[in-house]
Write a protein that binds this ligand. Structure first.
Ligand code: GLC
Ligand code: CA
Length: 563
């Protein structure tokens, strides 16, 4: 059981670092662990409670590090284990917690275990660690099922041994063919991951984000999928209801992981990258003896639409309350179109559909409004590096620079996720804009980023200063755990329900968040008062139209007010 309602992770702000793109200490164009260490002060001053770092394990980097060849080593391009220890110490000295990313669904095909498969007899014990099955057809020339990879194409590849001998077997890879799926029915696989968790926990890591947390267990009857009937889409457009997602058996894995986390003092924490078909199914992962939190991708798909945002908040809070867990909220990450671009008018709400470069200014205004609305909600919030600078998705990367397997597996039909992974601009007026000391960056940065760098946003009404103010106020005023929320739309009527208002009750200093999703100014009734705490945009005014002062919100603007 949770030890109480005041655990730090219940209302934490967690900042995601995509390590190759954050900060480069040795000018080779690749962000690294010492680079992150050099920016710990920046992150502490921004006001985040924890940092989650995407994988930095040893990896051939065929899927940005989510293809791990050794879970106990750091990619030599990014550093060594001792650098991670230094980083843990530096973060802790500033009161900032550190999360790593664990990738239990698959290994890289360069992992020693997969080499063992390729160098052993069919059916050897090494084979049982992966999902390997005989092909269909007289010559076993067809894959065992019709399952499609999340990155497109077949989810099975023929198993050819290291000596070149073709077998009648195929191995499963829900992602790239260089990412064979592990067989979680195998007890050695379970034991190995428990050991990996302990390895990093012992080193001082505070918790793990769990990659594809809903994917480990496969339906052992291996049924074909009716893709025509699969309507609801999840990660990268793959159907959410699949025989390899959200199988009941996966909960057993997290029950044993939770015991390990709870054996530490203070206890370690998990956040699952969990895609479930409904908020009800998602909440099951947060039962008291399983994961502490999971990402909430339902909310992420609500776009800049007041009705859908409210519905998502309601169902998320309701279902999390049933299991006593705090909700989490997220608007951007390394897999989806940055929300400063995605939320612009006329773009798709589907987070992986590539946008057009229209309405960029309104995208930033809406992103700031959505961020302030999100930061006021009860629970914890995840930020993705660069969103505090209002960075847009980079839409015009040259084909030869792209590295996402989605780009390669679709023959360039889908441009993939590189556009949200472009290295951050820190300072200066020439590439790499302070990412490293020279001009190198593994993906090219747009010239306009000169004006979006941290240095360029140090003073004035910038997105960076808006984030700093909002995070400071959140810490001062909303540090009430996962708390309550009361909607206040009963106090006004708007066409199309396009204004949202909620109060976070507090015995001394309640706060209300108002969000205007329309393109027009909106006058709030007197009951909302005029004491502005923080606003997402400049167009917030106090106006007296003859009947006393009241608050006026600019178009696509959110505000926190007292009361
Ligand atoms: C997760 C990661 C994504 C990765 C995939 C396969 O969805 O967030 O970046 O490609 O898992 O590991
Ligand atoms: Ca480097």
């Amino acid at each position: 059981m949770p030890s109480g309602k005041n655990e730090w992770w219940r209302d934490a702000v967690i900042y995601q670092v995509y390590p190759r793109s954050f900060s480069d200490s040795n000018a080779d164009g690749i962000g690294d662990i010492p680079g992150i260490l050099s920016r710990v002060d920046y992150l502490a001053n921004l006001g985040v409670d924890a940092i989650w770092i995407s994988p930095f394990y040893d990896s051939p980097l065929l899927d940005g590090g989510y293809d791990v060849s050794d879970f106990r080593l750091v990619d030599p391009r990014l550093g060594v284990v001792a650098d991670v220890e230094d980083l843990i110490r530096a973060a802790h000295a500033k009161g900032v917690k550190l999360f790593m990313d664990i990738v239990p669904n698959h290994t890289s095909s360069a992992h020693a275990w997969f080499h063992e498969v390729l160098n052993s007899e069919p059916g050897s014990p090494a084979w049982d660690r992966y999902v390997i099955k005989e092909g269909k057809g007289a010559g076993h020339e067809f894959p065992p099922t019709n399952w499609q990879s999340v990155f497109h194409g077949d989810a099975w590849s023929p198993l050819v041994l290291a000596n070149g001998v073709k077998t009648k077997y195929w191995y499963l890879h829900i992602f790239d063919s260089s990412q064979p799926d592990l067989n979680w029915e195998n007890s050695e696989v379970r034991a190995e991951f428990e050991d990996i968790l302990k390895f990093w926990f012992d080193l001082g890591i505070d918790g793990f984000r769990i990659d594809v947390a809903h994917g480990l267990i496969k339906d052992q009857t291996f049924p074909d999928i009716d893709y025509g009937a699969a309507r609801e889409k999840g990660l990268l457009g793959a159907p959410i209801l699949s025989p390899f997602w959200d199988q009941d058996g996966v909960h057993e894995v997290y029950r044993s992981w939770r015991k390990i986390a709870d054996s530490y003092q203070p206890p370690k924490v998990f956040c699952g990258e969990t895609s479930a078909p409904s908020p009800e199914r998602l909440a099951l992962y947060q039962r008291p003896d399983e994961l502490h939190t999971s990402f909430n991708f339902h909310y992420l798909r609500a776009g800049f639409d007041a009705i859908r945002l409210k519905d998502s908040v309601d169902s998320t809070l309701l279902n999390h309350r049933k299991v006593g867990a705090p909700a989490t909220w997220v608007l951007s990450n390394h897999d989806i179109v940055r929300h400063a671009t995605r939320l612009a008018p006329g773009q798709s709400d589907q987070p992986t559909v590539m946008p057009t470069p229209d309405n960029a200014d309104r995208g930033v205004a809406r992103a700031r409004a959505a961020t302030l609305f999100t930061l006021g909600l009860p629970g914890s919030t995840y930020l993705y590096q660069g969103e505090e600078l209002g960075l847009p998705e980079v839409l015009d990367l040259p084909g030869e620079a792209r590295q996402d397997p989605v780009w390669f597996r679709t023959g360039g039909k889908e441009i993939g996720r590189d556009g949200c992974r472009v290295p951050l601009p820190w300072s200066g007026d020439l590439p790499s804009y302070g990412f490293g000391s020279g001009e190198n960056s593994w993906l090219p940065q747009p010239h306009s980023w000169e004006h979006l760098s941290v240095q360029a946003q140090e003073s004035g009404d910038t997105t960076l200063n808006f984030y700093r103010a909002a995070l400071a106020k959140r810490r001062e005023e909303l540090a009430t755990g996962d708390g309550e929320l009361q909607w206040r739309m009963g106090e006004f009527t708007t066409p199309n329900d396009s204004i949202l208002a909620y109060r976070r009750p507090h015995p001394v200093s309640p706060l209300t968040c108002l969000m205007n999703t329309t393109g027009e100014m909106w006058s709030a009734p007197h009951s909302f008062g005029t004491q502005v705490v923080v606003a997402s945009g400049p167009e917030v005014a106090i106006v007296d139209s003859g009947d006393g002062e009241h608050l006026v919100l600019g178009p696509e603007t959110s505000v926190w007010v007292r009361g």
